[in-house]
Design a binder for this molecule. Structure first.
Ligand code: CP
Ligand code: NVA
Length: 317
């Protein structure tokens, strides 16, 4: 008789940013610092030797795929890449059955899909940890990388102000979870019809969230200005309406001029120059978007380690 020995402790997932405690997030960020440092020095770091990650993509990706795939190989493990089109998911195999099967064969799963509930259904039937690689509702791996990048460039994020210009999408709701947990201020400005839904935000603690009609006011004094595409994946049918609605929600030099003098600019990418961000900003001196993209690799390696091995404290490992 074979027994299931896949997990040392209780099964943990990373489906939303606040699935982790503040201390766990801080641990992952600290560990990512060590992992990045070793990577830069070509020092081997094979903590996940012989482990296998399955990645399931139901939407397109460049950064998420490359960072998870390269990251797992660099940790000594291996990766299986699946898409809806080339798996039985595209022929209507239930997500629950897919979860039951995949999770008997691998150690860890990352999924990019549409509804958060679809991800949750997978996780509910998985024997191994599941990571949210983006859903319509949340993008927690990206925010982990963004916070790591902020700390790298600007120091502690607690008490600082992050200005979000644009759609109330997966990124903005994840920023809000992070602001509540880590104690920074989130300023949000979006056109009518595309604003945060109070049924989803609830009533955040005092001082965490401020909403502005004018994007310029949202960015005044901010330490980080960030934005995202006007139309996220899965919403393409709304493209024309969104192009009109978001025309004044563009981060340009005038926007950066009202932010703090040492403010930085981030964008999760892919970006549309001339739409949500002017070329002069994304390609300008305040932009840290390439570090931000690279940091997906380092934070996700720390995240995978944490989910499979728990809190590693020894710098030698
Ligand atoms: N930022 C991000 O998740 O990029 P990809 O869509 O390329 O994975
Ligand atoms: N909000 C964007 C992020 C892409 C990484 C989308 O969901 O398409």
């Amino acid at each position: 008789m074979f027994t299931d020995v896949s997990q040392p402790g209780p099964l943990r997932h990373f489906l939303q940013f606040n699935d982790f405690t503040k201390n766990e997030i801080l641990h992952v960020l600290e560990r990512a610092r060590l992992i990045k440092d070793k990577f830069k020095h070509y020092a081997p770091h094979h903590t996940l030797h012989d482990r296998t990650l399955a990645m399931v993509f139901e939407k397109a990706s460049t950064r998420t795929r490359v960072s998870f795939e390269a990251g797992m190989y660099q940790l000594g493990g291996s990766v299986i890449y699946l898409t809806t089109g080339d798996s039985q998911l595209g022929r209507a195999e239930p997500i629950e059955d897919t979860a039951r099967v995949i999770s008997r064969m691998v150690d860890l799963v990352m999924i990019r899909t549409y509804e958060q509930t679809r991800l949750e259904r997978f996780a509910a039937h998985s024997r191994v940890p599941v990571i949210n690689g983006l859903t319509n509702e949340y993008h927690p791996c990206q925010i982990l990388a963004d916070i790591f990048t902020f700390i790298e460039h600007s120091g502690a994020i607690e008490g600082k102000t992050v200005a979000w210009v644009g759609d109330a999408n997966n990124m903005s709701y994840t920023w809000l979870q992070a602001a509540e947990m880590l104690g920074f201020h989130l300023h949000v400005s979006a056109p009518e019809g595309y604003r945060l839904d109070p049924r989803r935000t609830g009533v955040p603690p005092a001082g965490v969230l401020r909403e502005f009609d004018d994007p310029l006011q949202a960015c005044r004094g901010a330490h980080l200005v960030t934005t995202d595409v006007w139309t996220s994946m899965g919403y393409e049918a709304e493209n024309e309406a969104r192009r009109k609605a978001f025309a004044n929600w563009r981060v340009d030099a005038a926007t950066m001029a009202v932010a703090a003098p040492d403010a930085i600019f981030m964008h999760c990418l892919p970006a549309h120059r001339g739409e949500e961000v002017a070329g002069e900003v994304i390609d300008g001196p305040q932009s840290v978007v390439w570090d931000e993209a690279e940091n997906r690799l380092h934070v996700q390696k720390a995240l995978m380690e944490f989910l499979l091995l728990g809190e590693l404290r020894d710098p030698a490992t």
